[in-house]
Design a protein around this ligand. Structure first.
Ligand SMILES: Cc1ncc(COP(=O)(O)O)c(C=O)c1O
Length: 424
């Protein structure tokens, strides 16, 4: 309630100023659903469950996978980022079309689910996990014993410090297992990892000195700091990243490591397009670019298409603004901002998402996870039970908020795809 009165009060101040100059008056941005969203609206009114849902456009997903795959090229591995596509059938679809078994996993329950669902996969852990998460993975995995997944050869644990390596070595000894170890390296993001190449000399010594329990499997150097640069391979900032990366490879070579079988991972959806002709890294990660939420409307993803939408039914429609407090304000606001002429309430709201259709909705008067007010111009003429469509700003986490995903082709829902459980 506090936020509501603040926002309404704020709008009142703005309108008073606008009344004197009219310079600030917003344009009418309203537009009805285009044919793409009209068709989805009809599909959901016919076949939808009558609540907020997460839709996936399979034709667009297929195009996006093909774009990513051709950026990666035939000589490198495309590694699918599981947190950004957190559903077994969705991952199955992406892996089959991209012809890859390589996954990057960031969450212990997802790792157990992946080991169960993809017994052939090669999993690189994407962030250094507490050793107790690794212990939980093994405990659950051995309890279930329902997969031919071979953890000793198919998981690469990510290690960022000597202390964590010591913890993992102790766990490997305790369990009597062998672990593959990939080293997180800092190539300029400064989010952690080994800060400079010489720091890994004692680490490699420990790994190579414990052949019964540890095996060195490569490096992971993530560099999203390059996102805003519209950079190609020759850009100095890219060359700097690759120079740092090469320095680590050189130290591995001089420590006696056979580098030909290493996983040299880097990139993400934002930057993967840079490395088509690069020969330093051989393993490129991407997840979000497959569905392209709004945070991924970035330079190297211009050929990818938005393929992920929250669709939610309209619960109420009013042909004038209604707000608590002074009724005068409800009359004045639509005069000032034509995008406040009509008021709808949608089912749910306050997601990490932006309205994509109808176009031209005004900034929300307030937001609610139960029913959110959406104001539009009179050009938007939707009815109760019609749907509105939002694009998530990110796929990670948001895709887990709606139950089964609803993939569609054309104007047909094709099946329901369960998402991962957050715990387990
Ligand atoms: C280590 C690492 N690699 C790659 C990615 C890229 O994931 P996405 O393609 O979904 O942005 C991420 C994202 O957080 C990451 O942390």
């Amino acid at each position: 309630m506090k936020r509501r009165s603040l926002l309404i009060g704020g709008a009142g101040v703005t309108i008073a100023a606008a009344g004197s100059t009219l310079l600030w008056r917003p344009d009418d941005q309203g537009a009805p659903h285009n044919p793409y969203f009209s068709q989805l609206n009809e599909m959901l009114k016919r076949d939808g469950p009558g609540r907020p849902v997460m839709l996936i456009d399979i034709d667009r997903v297929n195009d996006n996978i093909d774009v990513i795959n051709s950026s990666v090229g035939p000589d490198k591995t495309y590694r699918v980022v599981v947190k950004s596509l957190p559903s077994v059938p969705l991952l199955q679809h992406v892996m089959a079309r991209a012809r890859t078994d390589a996954l990057m996993v960031f969450h212990q329950p997802f790792l157990n689910a992946v080991a169960h669902a993809f017994p052939q996969s090669d999993v690189l852990i994407g962030k250094p996990m507490p050793v107790s998460a690794a212990a939980t993975f093994y405990r659950t995995f051995y309890l279930e014993r329902d997969s031919s997944f071979d953890a000793a050869n198919q998981v690469q644990w990510l290690i960022d410090t000597p202390q964590r390596l010591a913890q993992y070595l102790a766990l490997a000894r305790q369990l009597g297992v062998k672990m593959r170890i990939n080293l997180e390296i800092d190539v300029g993001l400064h989010r952690g990892g080994f800060p400079e190449s010489q720091a890994i000399t004692p680490i490699l010594k420990t790994i190579l000195g414990s052949p019964d329990h540890l095996e060195f499997s490569g490096f992971m150097g993530y560099e999203p700091q390059l996102t805003g640069l519209q950079a190609g391979l020759d850009h100095p900032a890219v060359q700097q990243v690759l120079g740092i990366y090469k320095g680590f490879i050189d130290v591995a070579k001089s420590s006696g490591v056979n580098i030909s079988n290493l996983t040299l991972n880097g990139a993400g959806s934002h930057t993967l397009g840079i490395y088509n002709h690069d020969e330093v890294m051989n393993d490129l990660a991407a997840g979000s670019g497959v569905v392209k939420p709004t945070d991924f409307d970035t330079y190297h993803l211009t050929d990818n298409l938005p393929a992920l939408f929250i669709a939610t039914p309209i619960l109420k429609r009013y042909d004038g603004l209604r707000i608590p407090g002074d009724p005068m304000l409800a009359k004045l606001l639509p005069l000032w901002d034509p995008n406040m002429q009509r008021l709808y309430y949608i089912y749910g709201g306050y997601w990490k998402a932006k309205m994509v259709s109808p176009a031209g909705v005004a900034d929300p008067i307030y937001e609610s996870t139960n029913q959110s007010p959406i104001t539009t111009s009179a050009k938007v003429d939707l009815q109760v039970d019609d749907y509105m469509f939002l694009r998530p700003t990110q796929s990670e986490h948001v895709m887990l908020q709606f139950g089964d995903l609803l993939p569609f082709k054309g104007n047909h829902l094709i099946e329901r795809w369960p998402v991962f459980h957050q715990t387990g």
